[in-house]
Design a protein around this ligand. Sequence first.
Ligand code: HEC
Length: 169
Amino acid sequence: MRLPTVFLLIGAVIAQPLAGQEPDELGPVPTQERIGTMSDLMVRILYPTSDAIFYIATRTPTTSEEWTELEGQTLMLAESANLLMMPRRARDEDQWMRDAELLLRVGEAAFKAAKDHDVAALEALNDQLYQSCVQCHLHYRRGYGRRGEQLRPNEVPRTAVLPIGLRSR
Ligand code: HEC
């Protein structure tokens, strides 16, 4: 009969911290909450992390620490798409989610390429990454691309503010 006693003891220890805390006393179950504005996310997360990919040819990591940092940046970029898809951030349940998914997929591929230390693969993702930014901006960023301007899918509107890595193109 020693085993059940042990279980009872363990059970009592586990139950201890919850004693006196009825579910209602814990308050409502927390949900996701926005901390930064859309502009904050763009300027402080998407912009610097995407630059790490746009500039991969000239800022190629040389040490394992630098590669680890790049892995973190590509992962942050990929996950930022999920932040854009959050309830109360997503502008709608259709086009916005599709535009954000482009970023999610490119970010996912970039994270994998960074883990593989594959510079060529990262360079090859540049155009798709650029496209993922531009497409959503054309749809949702005020004043981005002139109203009524006819654009091919990969054409940059004259009024566009380019991500910094592409300004020299
Ligand atoms: C799913 C939609 C979406 C995607 C994808 C997206 N953006 Fe944005 N971006 C926006 C919106 C909406 C704004 C306007 C935000 C505002 O002013 O409130 C914006 C604004 C910006 C701004 C200007 C922010 C400011 O306040 O000056 C920058 C810079 C920017 N985005 C960079 C990027 C880059 C770089 C990418 C791609 C790696 C990207 N964005 C991808 C929706 C998106």
